[in-house]
Design a protein around this ligand. Structure first.
Ligand SMILES: *Cc1c(COP(=O)(O)O)cnc(C)c1O
Length: 393
């Protein structure tokens, strides 16, 4: 007779074996020390082209100092959810600063972007409503669609005139969701066209700006600033704090009524412990740097140009992207793994992204540049890619 643990394992193991056989098994490697242009990864010093720390803030002394100070003031745990005793002055002040920065009446902190997306969809929609999502949008938005109970369809990537749009009926609420910058492709959503299509259809547009916030637009306000859009066209803005802001968490910004509705109805806001105050203070310190240090965005832009110019000369299969995300399309998962491995041997980290994170047959190296890199770092990457790709062909 086998016991319950053995029966469970017998159920699980075939799937794990199948993943390994298809080069889709994922391993976690240990990182020692802070994020930066170089990291200690799997016991080895590597030039890091695989983080979302676009502005180079995740290891910044100002953020560390803010956390230390907040630890002395607030301790570690927040003790309870926001609606009980977990909502500190640090959270409230950060929300006010975020709202002012993105030029909206209110902002609401969530523990993670994943939870923010689920929370919004769950609070605003139910059965009888509809959601429409870009086919390549982030997994958390797709999960939000499912979680909401709304009828949901996907439109072809970046197409604001796809047939799916004509099926939007007035009467039912329709929420259209898109990434501002697509996380695995690096391209920007055609937000002006999407906003117009939503206007015509009477739908509401929500932008998940995880990869635009802090980076895009003259002031770093993100994809909406880049396109000159505001709350009138995009009533719901979500952005995360774990990427360009170098911290952890997320927020949703919009009208008074939107934020109050989320506080009253979003289950991923209500039924979870508030993030520690020191995490909010790290976010506040990062937001001050986003506003004070334009050079980070300027420098990053120059690195992107340098990489793209080099990649074009070398005829590398990079996707069309003007953002910090510069994917190198390799096709099958095995090839992506082997190119990534060869880079690792040369001390460069550019991890392979495989299905189901990206569509089958489109495995890639998701190369990301950050303000912590130098021009020489980019040149080293290009040199290594030249060698590795000519060997791999
Ligand atoms: C990272 C990411 C999220 C999730 O944010 P977390 O705070 O990491 O949970 C949501 N949407 C997009 C587009 C992302 O890239």
């Amino acid at each position: 007779m086998s016991n319950a643990a053995q029966r469970l394992d017998a159920l699980l193991k075939p799937d794990l074996e199948a993943l390994k056989a298809r080069s889709l098994f994922r391993l976690r490697q240990l990182v020692d020390g802070p994020q930066g242009a170089e990291i200690q990864f799997d016991g080895r010093r590597c030039l890091n082209f695989s983080s979302n720390d676009y502005l180079g803030l995740a290891g910044h002394p100002a953020l560390r100092a803010a956390v230390r100070q907040a630890l002395d003031m607030y301790g570690t745990g927040s003790g309870a959810s926001h609606l009980i005793t977990g909502h500190t002055r640090a959270h409230a002040e950060f929300e006010a600063e975020l709202a002012e920065f993105v030029q909206r009446p209110r902002a609401l902190l969530f523990s993670t972007g994943y939870m923010a997306n689920l929370g919004v969809a769950g609070a605003l929609l139910g059965r009888g409503d509809r959601m429409l999502a870009d086919r390549l949008c982030h997994a958390s938005l797709l999960d939000a669609c499912r979680y909401s109970g709304a009828r949901f369809s996907r439109y072809p990537h970046a197409q604001a005139d796809a047939p799916q749009w004509r099926r939007i009926q007035s009467g039912a609420n329709t929420l259209v969701v898109t990434d501002g910058v697509f996380s695995m492709d690096g391209d920007m959503a055609p937000l002006p066209a999407l906003a117009r299509a939503c206007e015509t259809a009477g739908a509401f547009l929500m932008v998940d700006d995880a990869h635009g916030f802090g980076v895009l637009g003259a002031h770093g306000r993100g994809s909406l600033e880049h396109f000159g859009l505001d709350m009138r066209q995009v009533p719901i803005l979500m952005a995360t704090l774990g990427k360009a802001l170098g911290g952890f968490g997320a927020f949703v910004a919009g009208s008074e009524a939107l934020v109050e509705t989320l506080i009253q109805r979003a289950r991923t806001y209500i039924y979870t412990t508030a993030t520690p105050a020191c995490v909010a203070e790290a976010g506040r310190a990062a937001l001050r740097l986003v506003q004070a240090e334009d050079w980070r965005r300027t420098h990053l832009k120059q690195l992107i140009q340098r990489f793209r110019l080099g990649a074009a000369q070398l005829k590398l299969p990079v996707l069309e992207s003007s953002t910090a995300i510069q994917p190198l399309l390799l096709g099958d998962a095995e090839r992506a793994l082997s190119v990534s491995e060869s880079l690792r041997e040369r001390g460069l980290l550019a991890l392979a992204i495989r299905p189901p994170t990206v569509p089958a047959g489109s495995a890639r190296l998701r190369i990301t540049l950050t303000a912590a890199h130098s021009g020489q770092h980019v040149d080293r990457l290009l040199e290594a890619l030249t060698e590795v790709m000519s060997n791999a062909n």
